[in-house]
Design a protein around this ligand. Structure first.
Ligand code: AMP
Ligand code: ZN
Ligand code: FE
Ligand code: FE
Length: 278
């Protein structure tokens, strides 16, 4: 890779949700790239954290227990990152379990809809593609691609799976306030993920701060220098920690960028730790 690599990456997916590499493989890659701190942030599950932390034990790499929880606000989907959460926290575990159960039923419904649209899929195939815990639209998209119904994963979203698309089924609805509070009560620091996906939702930032949100994902693939400036100003205004990461999903995935490819200032890790102690 020609770009300068970052030592810190706080937004990473693994096979525990819709990423391509296992938690251990993510750790190997981070070590290869001589990184210092990563956070595993799978969708609606902490299930990969223990494996990643084990793989990084007795190395110089710190693996932060993280999660990216899907919520829905007035503006639509909002993803909320949690850092330094206690993976054993009961209420958070219950919330994630409810999300996993709902995701299973939802994915089955999407498969049914696709069948009615003339694109039959085997449920077992989707389940096998999901492998881990958090079955999601990217797995259904992959199954459509494998069957040749679409030409790329993006094509599957554009034609069938995007919000409001003919095979789209919503997730279990959790509000931002429920999610932020669950993260805070699990001892974690909550941060708004990829604000560039929903600029208008930033109007709600003061409300989120009121629920206990402490961070904003400033450094992210495709955030321009001017956008980063705007987000840093919001951080100063609301006393938020500027976090960042690649949203790495693995090779060939549309969303996100290569592991470590987004520069994240290392001091934000100390700030997160400090916020978690309070
Ligand atoms: P899910 O949580 O199952 O609804 O899946 C959400 C994931 O699907 C996101 O993290 C993205 O990786 C992907 N995704 C959602 N919407 C789109 C879209 N319009 N185009 C491409 N990928 C998308
Ligand atoms: Zn994803
Ligand atoms: Fe996200
Ligand atoms: Fe993500």
């Amino acid at each position: 890779m020609s770009q300068r690599l970052s030592k810190v990456d706080l937004h990473i997916h693994s096979t525990t949700s819709d990423g391509v590499l296992t938690p251990s493989e993510v750790v190997c890659l981070a070590l290869e790239r001589e990184m210092n701190v990563i956070a595993l942030t799978d969708h609606d599950t902490l299930g990969g954290v223990a494996e990643a932390q084990q793989a990084a034990a007795s190395t110089r790499l710190e693996v932060i227990a993280g999660v990216e929880v899907s919520s829905e606000g007035e503006w639509g989907d909002l993803h909320i990152l949690g850092y330094y959460v206690d993976p054993e926290n009961g209420p958070l575990q219950d919330m994630m379990q409810a999300m996993q159960n709902a995701r299973l039923g939802r994915a089955r419904k999407m498969v049914q809809r696709l069948g009615k649209l003339g694109m039959p899929l085997e449920w077992e195939e989707v389940q096998a593609l999901a492998g881990g815990e958090s079955v999601g639209r990217p797995h259904v998209a992959r199954a459509l691609l494998n069957r040749g119904y679409v030409v790329t994963l993006q094509d599957a979203f554009d034609r069938f799976l995007a919000n409001g698309g003919p095979a789209y089924v919503p997730r279990l609805k959790l509000t931002p306030s429920q999610v932020i509070q669950a993260i805070v009560e699990a001892g974690g620091v909550a941060a708004l993920a990829h604000p560039g996906h929903y600029w208008t939702a930033l109007e709600l930032l003061p409300e989120f701060v009121g629920y206990g949100m402490r961070g904003l994902e400033v450094y992210y693939p495709n955030h321009s220098p001017a956008e980063i400036e705007v987000l840093l100003r919001l951080c100063r205004e609301h006393g938020l920690i500027a976090t960042g990461g690649s949203d790495f999903h693995g090779p060939g995935f549309e969303e996100g960028a290569p592991l470590g490819s987004v520069y994240v200032p290392p001091e934000c890790v100390a700030q997160l730790r400090e916020a978690e102690r309070r």
